[in-house]
Design a protein. Structure first.
Length: 349
């Protein structure tokens, strides 16, 4: 059938035309998904074996100057309890994380002007100095080329900035007017050019999203050639304009993970927290669909619930050690293992 042929074509040629993407997404079925996931696992095994990389996520501020309609820490959410971690608290998260076997720290936060460029650079430099064998990933939104360069020179290795949707019209529907897809893309190209291992990604099932828009996402990822792509279902947050919308589905998210693995076999692909939120076995299913990374939380439990991008986020009551142990167990149950490794992108063939 046509869907399988399109999966074969994607695997052979690493790209599809817009109309083919749409046909593939709309023609998907449980059988086609199984066919896809087998191929995805074959590529996953070829490059990464049964290893799953971990990154320790440190959510260091939930202040944000932006007002994205989907996000629980948007600036106009007056109910969000705002916090910032101190440098000492962040270093403490790294220390705990290092002992637990994390060799990548992801510093994620809202776009918070209270951390100056200099402070961020010192933070990155301080972590790098204390843990020279670790990779530092930043996820602090849109910044200037100059700022990205300074942070890179201070020791940051990777940067996560999801494009959220590669369709202009949909981008405008999800974001306030001062944000643009064009600038988002510019940031991503700047990051790559500077030398960051760069991650992008998008939300699956955001309100009003169509197959044609998802086709744009896949084509944009093909064009950018990032090192990572984080995709997760949209999950509504009760204090946002999208409170009453429905969440993206497990089924579509898994299918897209499989397609990304087959399109770009070496891509670092997380089984995201949002995926674990909409289904109790979501992250395991993500790995079995082709993902190879998990990003448990290292933030102090005292602030976990406050970094609430969407409702019912998992792991908000669990200590870092519990999450590590929990994921160890979950990965072993499906025949994979968490490794103590920076988990860099495999450049060599
Ligand atoms: N549902 C799912 N993902 C969300 N994000 C933000 N808000 C939501 C939501 N309501 C994702 C965005 C962002 C990442 C840090 O979290 O894709 O890039
Ligand atoms: Fe956090 Fe399972 S990963 S409790």
């Amino acid at each position: 059938e046509q869907t399988r042929q399109l999966i074969d074509k994607l695997e052979a040629e690493s790209r599809l035309a817009r109309e083919e993407w749409i046909a593939l997404l709309e023609g998907r079925s449980p059988d086609a998904a199984e066919y896809l996931f087998e191929k995805a696992r074959k590529w996953q095994h070829k490059y990464y074996g049964n290893k799953v990389y971990t990154r320790g996520l440190i959510e260091f501020t939930n202040y944000c100057k932006n007002d994205c309609k989907y996000c629980g820490i948007r600036r106009s959410n007056r109910n969000a309890q705002r916090y910032r971690l101190t440098r000492e608290e962040i270093m403490e998260c790294c220390r705990t994380g290092y002992e637990l076997g994390f060799r990548t720290f992801v510093l994620q936060g809202g776009e918070d002007g209270a951390f100056s460029q200099k402070e961020l650079e010192e933070l990155v430099g301080g972590i790098k100095k204390a843990y020279p064998d670790c990779a530092i990933t930043l996820s602090v939104g849109e910044r200037s080329h100059e700022s990205y360069l300074g942070l890179f020179q201070a020791g940051a290795d990777r940067y996560l900035l999801r494009h959220e949707t590669a369709d202009e019209e949909h981008y405008r529907k999800l974001h306030p007017p001062e944000l643009s897809l064009e600038h988002r893309k510019k940031c991503l190209y700047d990051l790559k050019k500077i030398g960051y291992q760069t991650g992008t990604g998008f939300m699956v099932g955001s309100p009003g999203q169509t197959s044609a828009q998802l086709a744009e996402d896949m084509m944009f990822i093909r064009e950018l050639e990032p090192h990572m792509a984080g995709i997760g279902p949209f999950v509504p947050h009760h204090d946002t304009p999208f409170a009453g919308e429905s969440a993206g589905t497990l089924e579509l998210t898994l299918f897209l993970i499989g397609l990304l693995r087959v399109m770009m076999p070496k891509l670092l692909l997380p089984a995201t927290t949002a995926l674990g939120t909409i289904d109790p076995k979501g992250r395991e299913k993500g790995i079995l669909a082709g993902a190879n990374v998990v990003m448990p939380n290292l933030s102090p439990t005292s602030v976990r619930k406050k970094y609430e991008l969407y409702d019912n986020k998992i792991c908000t009551g669990d200590e870092a050690a519990e999450c590590r142990a929990c994921l160890n167990r979950r990965m072993e149950q499906i025949g994979y293992k968490l490794v103590v490794d920076r988990g860099d992108y495999k450049e060599e063939s």
